[in-house]
Design a protein around this ligand. Sequence first.
Ligand SMILES: [Zn+2]
Ligand SMILES: [Zn+2]
Length: 281
Amino acid sequence: MQYSNYHSHCIFCDGRSFPENFVQFAIRHHFRAYGFSSHSPLPFETNWNMSKDNMDEYLKEIQRIKEKYAHQLEIYVGLEIDYLDESYNASSAYFQELPLDYRISSIHFLPLLYPLAEANMMCIDGSFHEFSEKVRLYYGQDIRRLVKHYFQSSCKMVERGGFDIVGHMDKVYMNAQHYPGFDLNAPWYQKAFLEFLDLIQEKNLLIEINTKNFRKKKELYPHVDFLSFLVERHIPVLVNSDCHYPDLVNDGRAEAFQLLREKGFRSTYELVKGKWEEIPL
Ligand SMILES: [Zn+2]
Ligand SMILES: [Zn+2]
């Protein structure tokens, strides 16, 4: 096991500190590699996504600290790119042409109506209040319809490609589990999850084990109960903290590694001199 993290947010999006502060924490805690993955610009402004106007500055600042700390830590620049629909995703020329070391693709929004605007989105990663209002208004209070929509969109994201890592692959359960009618063990849920997982395997993508809520809420993405499906399929994984604060860079990492060993994983993946390598657990 080595120390690394490739999913993190700094002041260029909704992270709460400067990139250098995350790097300094990582160095103090003996990390070998560290990557930034700001929330990609979207066709509309939100409180958490970076603006296209700041892209050059973001790339320049990470390049500056890459050079400054080169003798202490491998630093990488990435993005967490939203999949919205066929027109806006990681495979677009804009994201492909950016000089990034890797790309994470995640779903936070499901378009309900057009044009693409925040008001027309179902946000799966916001407050439960907002979530349940939209399930009522747009999904006829049927949580199954929403979950199905989420996994359908997730499969389209994987078909489209243009990225290395699937971000928090089942984050929909964070809010959905509190809505009446949701059942993680129901065949309809498992079917949707496994269709997505099989497609990820077919396309040879990495899945992150996202520890953002592991210590705080005992929630891991993918869900702890589903990890054995990844083991059976030999899907390559990496552990990411999705931190927004420097002191959470390492949050939940030791616990996640312990769990991965217990579940039968043998290795995780890390960027080593710019190439993904399998590192034994
Ligand atoms: Zn995310
Ligand atoms: Zn994130």
